[in-house]
Write a protein that binds this ligand. Structure first.
Ligand code: DC
Length: 224
């Protein structure tokens, strides 16, 4: 482990709040942030733009390696995400993009292509990385690994509120279905499936406020 730039990993299923918590923790510590899901989402968007089929592993891996991405915002905060100089901030967050990202993420070639890109985010003074396999594969020697969960019902409700707030038109029922489908696909895939690292601390955020979850993580970090 690189002590000059320690890594905190936050993995978990979609809607568990890991993105929000990762940002809070990174802000509190002044660390860089890696939203690894955004890389899979951007690969899916680039594939659509370049008309590459979502099952062509070799072409997608080449694409993923060469992605021209810019996270506009301090320390990689994704206030604005640019792909090939085009603002794709809204498109990145769409449910349809998430579903395509989940399909792309099943391909070993794509995961391998994105591995080095993700590791390059590790910089002083430190990194908070959120995703599905941050603790298990990308940063196996992270300083602390968190696996954040919440009930499927609560995750669908949170996502609903979040997307509505962004002016997107989605129903709770459709979201619940999407979340269950995505959970199944992310957990059952053969390569780097969604599961806690052996040395991860499990944190169930159902019924807890963002503050309280972020504070728990920060307390764990302070105890090290
Ligand atoms: O966290 P998210 O919803 O932005 O992730 C989108 C998809 O990308 C998710 O369904 C699975 C995939 N993903 C992954 O396989 N590994 C990661 N580290 C992050 C995301």
């Amino acid at each position: 482990m690189n002590l000059n730039s320690p890594v905190i990993t936050i993995d978990g299923p979609s809607g568990s709040g890991k993105g929000t918590i990762a940002r809070r923790v990174a802000d509190a510590l002044g660390f860089h942030l890696l939203d690894s899901g955004a890389l899979y989402r951007l690969t899916a968007i680039a594939a659509k733009n370049k008309r590459i089929s979502l099952d062509d592993g070799d072409a997608l891996a080449l694409l993923a390696r060469g992605l021209d991405i810019r996270f506009d915002g301090n320390k990689d905060r994704s206030e604005r995400i640019l792909l090939d100089n085009e603002d794709v901030t809204l498109e990145v967050r769409r449910e349809s993009t998430g579903a395509k990202a989940s399909a792309v993420a099943e391909l070993t070639e794509v995961r391998t292509a994105l591995l080095e890109r993700q590791r390059a985010f590790q910089k002083a003074p430190g990194l908070v990385a959120d995703g599905r396999d941050m603790g298990t594969h990308v940063f196996p020697s992270a300083l602390i690994k968190i696996f954040l969960t919440a009930s499927a019902e609560e995750r669908a409700k949170r996502r609903h509120k979040q997307l509505k707030g962004k002016g997107m038109d989605v129903t709770l029922a459709a979201l619940s279905r999407d979340i269950e489908d995505r959970d199944r696909r992310d957990s059952e895939r053969s390569v780097a499936p969604l599961k806690p690292a052996r040395d991860a601390r499990i944190l169930d955020s159902s019924g807890l406020s963002i503050e309280s979850v972020a504070n728990t993580v920060l307390e764990w970090v302070a105890e090290l």
